[in-house]
Structure formats: C-alpha cells, structure tokens
Design a binder for this molecule. Structure first.
Ligand code: NAI
Length: 345
C-alpha cells in the first residue's frame, strides 16, 4: 500500500484520485490545508506528498519532508514554479503532469476573450434582471485582428489553432521557437507593437516574471486586450491597473493573479478582501477574473489523476525512472526525457 499525503484537496479532486488509486492499492490522505513549513508534519507516515500550484515547496519544506522519510513529491500540475527543484536535488524526487488537457486551458483563454470582447458577462447579468437594453454592449469582431501569443508550447499552439479558426492573424514569441511550424515568430517588441490581443502561454521563470510591466504596456497598442491563463507573476498587476486607468489597456482577462495563493480556490464571499489591488482590478468594467479554473474540465481532472498515479507507480515499480521527473541539473525536462536512462540521483 502506497500512502499519499494529498495537500490542498478540493471536493472535485477526490473522485478521480480515489478511482485510480483503488486500482493500484494507493491510499490518498486528503488534507484541506496547503503544504507549507507549518503543515509539512501532516505528511508523517506517508510515502509520497501530492501538491498543487499554490502549495509551498521551498527548501525548508523539502528538508522537513525529507526528515519525515518522504522521497517523492508528485505535482498534480504542469507548472512547477512553486517548487525549489535545486533544493530537492539529492533528497526528494519531483514528478509533474506535463499535459492533462491543453485544450481545457486554450479553450478557457478563448472563452475569456470572447466573454470580454462581446460583453457576455454584462449581458448575462442584465437579462437575469430583465434588462434587455443593448447600450454599452458594443464589442468588436475577432476576425481580422492580430493576436500575439507568447509561448508556443502545447497550450499556446492549440490557442493559435483556435484563433486561426476565428480568422485572426497570429504572431508569436517564444524563447525557443518551434522549428517545425508555420508560426510567424517575431521579437517581443514587435509582438507588443502589432497585437490587438496578447495571450500568455509561457511558464513563470525568473526571466518571465513581470514580462508584462509598465515598459511592455507602454509599447502596446492602445486598447490592447491582455489574456493570462498561464501564471499570475507574468504580469505586474499594479502596472496593469495603471495601464487600464490610463485607457491604454482595453481589457484584461485573468485566470491567474500573482498573489492568488491565499485567495483563489476558496469561497471568500462574505469576507472583506484584503488585497486592494485585486479588488480594484475586479471593480473595473473591462477586467474579467476567473480563479485559476482554466484546467477545470472533467477530462483534465481524470487525466491529472491517471498521470499522477502512474508517476507515483513508476517511482516505486519501474527502477524509479519516470519520464515526468523534473531535472535538477540541467533544468531542461524535455531534453532529459530523451536522454534519461537512469535516475537523476
Ligand atoms: P509548454 O512547456 O508546452 O510550453 C511553454 C512554452 O513556453 C514553450 O514553447 C517554451 O519554449 C516557452 N517559453 C519558455 N520560456 C519562455 C520565455 N522566456 N519567453 C517566451 N516563451 C518561453 O507548457 P504548456 O503546457 O503549454 O503550459 C504553459 C503554461 O500554462 C504553464 O507553464 C502553466 O504555467 C500554465 N498553465 C495554466 C493552467 C491554468 O489552469 N490556468 C493549467 C496548465 C498550465
């Protein structure tokens, strides 16, 4: 029996993990709390720790888990910016779920974009109140507009296909452009200058933190629509707010927010929100916020559970080699997948 401490468990996580766990004699201990230095001890007696995007897996937490005998951290997410992988090297192996439904995220990005540019959120509220007036609901066609996609990996490429289906002109920037594609790659500056809509699909790294800040917004077209379904830290939220107040940014669609960790995923209605910046952004008529829900489809939840369980089994069954293990030395997981013939340590 493999025992897994499952942090930040939500109601919607349980059915799929219980289903796949039962098939493989794996027991999940669902903990509502997030993982951090104060809660790491709750993993005592377990073999594996399973975490999500807002759990804290820094060096101190890793040391605590290591002392408890934990040798595997299974991320049930693609992004791993919340894990200090270097601190984990030599102590705890880390696996993730590289793809569970890139369609879910790309489709959510388009859903947000359409909602925003066709004012669906406003119309929905109006008609519920039997207000059938159209004033203030004028949108614009996506057809013929230029969309700038930053990050052309799994999700970015699907989003590009969706945009092309709408008759949009697509330009893109990627630090590592795909060699085998017909994507029109441009520099970041050119993307900022030419795009009517900018959608972020790159990971959060030291290099990409605040990729969209005051300077970048200054280079953009007036009225630009910014879509972020990737990671909150890609955008300097204060700079975004100023861009909106200056009428430079036409609209923002945000599924993620830099300071979301203690806010998103919970029902905060009835509470006073302490985050003034988020409150101000939400109060803007041209900002739509969803709380990190882009991944949340039945298909994605099932795939996440299936891959996480399989990642855990690989660690225990298959000489410990798992294609989805993060690399602590080179940081290039894709290359490692091809080259790895043995464990990283
Ligand atoms: P991926 O790894 O397939 O693609 C990421 C792309 O970004 C790659 O082409 C890579 O070359 C590029 N990139 C790396 N550094 C860059 C840089 N400095 N500038 C520009 N591009 C850069 O990842 P995937 O699956 O497409 O996911 C993208 C992001 O979406 C993830 O990193 C994650 O943060 C986010 N995500 C959000 C979810 C949500 O529910 N809102 C769910 C899943 C992922």
């Amino acid at each position: 029996m493999i025992r897994v401490a499952f942090y930040d468990a939500k109601e919607y996580d349980r059915p799929s993990f219980e289903r796949f766990g039962r098939l493989h004699d794996m027991q999940f201990h669902f903990l509502e709390t997030k993982l951090n230095e104060d809660t790491a001890d709750l993993a005592k007696g377990c073999d594996v720790v399973c975490v999500f995007v807002n759990d804290t897996v820094n060096a101190a937490v890793i040391d605590k888990l290591y002392a408890l005998g934990i040798r595997l951290i299974a991320l049930r997410s693609a992004g791993y910016n919340n894990v200090d992988v270097r601190a984990a090297f030599g102590k705890i192996h880390v696996v993730h779920v590289p793809a569970y439904s890139p369609y879910a995220v790309a489709e959510h990005a388009m859903a947000l974009l359409l909602t925003s540019v066709r004012r669906i959120h406003k119309a929905y509220n109006r008609t519920r109140d039997f207000n059938f007036a159209l004033n203030g609901l004028v949108g614009f066609d996506l057809h013929g507009k230029t969309v700038g996609v930053i990050g052309t990996g799994k999700i970015g490429r699907i989003f590009i296909d969706i945009c092309r289906g709408f008759g949009m002109h697509v330009i893109a920037y990627d630090r590592f452009p795909a060699g085998d594609s017909d994507i029109e790659y441009v520099s970041l500056n050119e993307l900022f200058a030419r795009s009517d809509i900018i959608s972020l699909h790159c990971p959060l790294t030291e290099e990409t933190r605040h990729l969209i800040g005051t300077e970048a917004i200054g280079k953009m077209k007036k009225g630009v629509v910014i879509v972020n379904t990737s990671r909150g830290g890609l955008i300097d939220a204060e700079a975004l707010l100023q861009g909106i107040k200056a009428r430079k940014v036409g609209a923002a669609c945000l599924d993620v927010y830099e300071e979301e960790a203690d806010i998103f995923f919970e029902d905060r209605s009835g509470h006073i929100l302490n985050d003034d910046l988020l409150s101000r952004l939400i109060s803007m008529p041209n900002v739509i916020v969803t709380s990190h829900q882009a991944f949340l489809t039945e298909e994605a939840l099932s795939n996440i559970a299936e891959t996480t369980v399989s990642n855990i089994l690989s660690y225990f069954d298959n000489d410990g080699i798992c294609d989805n293990e993060l690399c602590y030395r080179c940081g290039n997981i894709e290359r490692c997948k091809k080259e790895r013939k043995e464990r990283c340590f």
